[in-house]
Design a protein around this ligand. Structure first.
Ligand code: PLP
Length: 437
């Protein structure tokens, strides 16, 4: 590794990736790793896909860089038209950016612009949730309730509010599992009323808790009731679909499980299956119509880029035309069932959960009391290391319980995973989980 690189990981040296195909990544020593988490729950279509590579090449031959204030492109326009058919937003308008954090920043500013345009400039506060993740730029980090990532930057944060997480395994509702949707809605309503609805701009949440809570699926009536409270108080609903979007949870978008229509949706990761940096914030036609006459003070050098849109369009077509969202739903359900069966007898597995190809395993010292391991035991790190040795890549989260303790691993393989690879994924995952016994 170069001495001039500031590496992403500072605690160990990384292998050099030299190739990838399907669900596998190959390093410079020829070792093959099963990409059990699609990197960071990103890769849906699989590595080395001819259609996605051809789309990137064709676009680069057409135009390379043109600025978003000077031109639109065929790639951006036709992608906007095509993705509109699957977005869970009424009359959507997409604002393309380079990734998830930028999509979240854009969504937050859209909410602010909407209220300003309607003469409600007092609506400045965003309500997010504890144990959430919305990105690492300062606005998105402020929305995030992921304590280990917030800690060093605390003096720069604190403008947003955080309510309870939708976390069935450790639900904050005292009467859980009775009336959880009602309880969450009442909590949110109380929060909005105590600060004053005229000060609240938006509520932002992941439809299914991802990078912090490891595929935590809310109870059935959570989302419909939360949306109702927001609508009552004129608070915009932002669904952060950066991880759940584009088939990851077995539906096109996470909110499709509950058939709700947010005012703004964000997307990133799976839009291009990770081939090129891309994402977007999509607002409803009503939000756009309010903002448009006054203008939208925002933009990035790389927003509205044709290359990202072209690869995103090819990704969308692969997902749609080759039934990959259904594949995510069906194979994901099978993986969940198999993992639950195989890990049932493993005492330090507290919960195995998820939807589609977005799965999480929560590790605990004591299954009955759900007491976590001490962070000093490095359970997640040891598990990931054992998996890597064995040629399996998993994704992780630590510290979700109290900012320090909490051990979670996630699976999120490409939807194109073959049945044989799925069997290897289960076998190696179980072996890695057992290795920390
Ligand atoms: N929002 C959610 C729900 C995410 O899961 C992530 C990344 O994990 C982000 C936003 C940030 O995306 P990015 O890392 O592309 O900036």
């Amino acid at each position: 590794m170069s001495d001039h690189l500031f590496p992403r990981v500072l605690t160990r040296s990384l292998p050099t990736a030299v190739g990838a195909e399907g669900a596998w990544i190959i390093d410079a020593d020829g070792k093959r790793y099963l990409d059990g988490a699609g990197g960071a729950i990103v890769v849906g279509v699989g590595h080395g896909d001819a259609a996605l590579i051809a789309a990137a090449e064709a676009q680069l031959r057409r135009t390379q860089y043109v600025h978003g204030t000077m031109f639109t492109t065929e790639a951006v326009d036709s992608y906007a038209d095509e993705v509109a058919n699957v977005l869970p937003v009424v009359a959507p308008r997409i604002y393309p950016v380079s990734g998830g954090s930028e999509a979240v920043e854009t969504a937050l500013k859209m909410a602010r612009a909407y209220h300003l345009a309607r003469g409600e400039g007092g609506r400045v506060t965003v309500i997010a949730r504890r144990s959430s993740y919305h990105g690492n730029t300062l606005g998105a980090l402020d929305a995030s309730g992921k304590e280990p990532l917030r800690k060093p930057y605390t003096p720069w944060l604190g403008r947003f509010l955080h309510g309870p997480a939708a976390y069935e395994y450790r639900c904050e509702n005292p009467s859980h599992p009775e009336g959880c949707g009602d309880w969450h809605a009442a909590e949110l309503g109380r929060m909005i009323e105590s600060y004053g609805p005229e000060t609240i701009a938006a509520f932002i949440a992941e439809p299914i808790g991802g990078a912090t809570l490891g595929a935590a699926v809310p109870c059935d009536d959570y989302w419909p009731k939360i949306v109702e409270v927001c609508r009552t108080h004129g608070v915009l609903v932002i669904a952060d679909e950066v991880m759940t979007g584009f088939g990851r949870s077995g539906r096109w978008f996470g909110v499709d499980h509950w058939d709700i229509r947010p005012d703004i949706v964000t997307a990133g990761k799976g839009t291009t299956s990770g081939y090129v940096p891309f994402g977007f914030a999509a607002c409803s036609g009503a939000v756009f119509d309010a903002i448009a006459p006054n203008g939208f003070v925002h933009g990035f050098t790389w927003s509205h880029q044709a290359l990202g849109a072209a690869v995103a369009q090819a990704t969308l077509r692969r997902l749609r035309d080759d039934g990959l969202v259904e594949r995510s739903r069906e194979l994901g359900a099978k993986l969940l069932q198999e993992l639950r069966g195989e890990l049932e007898a493993v005492e330090h597995v507290g919960d195995v959960r998820g939807a589609g190809m977005m799965l999480g395993i929560e590790l605990v010292r004591d299954r009955a009391s759900k007491e976590p391991f001490a962070r000093s035991e490095l359970v997640t790190e040891r598990l990931l290391s054992a998996a890597r040795e064995d040629g399996l890549l998993l994704y992780s989260s630590t510290g979700h319980i109290d900012g320090t303790n909490g051990d979670l691993v996630m699976l999120g393989p490409p939807f194109t995973l073959t049945d044989d690879d799925a069997a290897i994924l289960v076998e190696r995952t179980v072996r890695a989980v057992r290795s920390v016994e």
